[in-house]
Design a protein around this ligand. Sequence first.
Ligand SMILES: [Zn+2]
Length: 263
Amino acid sequence: MKRVILGAAGVLVVLATAGVIALRHGRHRFLPPVTVRPNLMQVHNSFVDFCGIRAGKRVVLIDTGVDPSGRALDGLLAALGARRDDVSDVFLTHGHGDHVAAATLCPRARVHIGIRDADMAAHTAPTVPGRARLIGRLIPVAAVHATDGLIDRAELTLPDSERLLALPLPGHTPGSFAYLWSGVLFVGDSIQVEGGRLMPADPGFSVDAAENRRSLATLRQSLRGAEVQWICTGHQGCVTALDDQKHDRLDELIERVSMKVRP
Ligand SMILES: [Zn+2]
């Protein structure tokens, strides 16, 4: 019996080790970047998605993926006809390592993050929750020292004079933010796509799932009438706001979470 248990434990250790090696090796992989809409491209890096916006001569990044060597970043920038030097701003949706890995590689970029996630990204506070911390240990990334901490809803001007709206969306992490640019809402891990429907953040990887639902319930108020045509997520790519039946996916999500947050 003891032998069987030891054998099974040995197999588990081998499988876990193989899994970690595959995860670390796979983090450099990326698919050819795709155009979401004019001046916006998205790249799938291992198990994470991130985006680049062409803003005149400069490029603005929304998240930077899981590859600290920057291969996925360089692939995205090449598709946009740009280099690391051309990146003016990096907007991070939250401080989890799988979304910030290449944030330190653009020497001229200002790095923006929700102030409540700044210490987590800088490795001066532990990654939360525990499951995200475990992933961070298995596939470690460099500390990211943000230049700009976002506190509240803010309207920012990009290098080509277009506006970017920063919207606090706490819950997945304390400092999670969504960004709206030209009708595209970048939500990181605060919204997922499952079977074509929008869903709240994965509770297993979120600090406060109830707070995530409360944030989502008031998202239309935060948008203050700004139109959303696309939703870009951190792991399931971008979807149009309207589904095949012309129903608004975001309204449907907000209606669903609002029923749950009512007292
Ligand atoms: Zn996350």
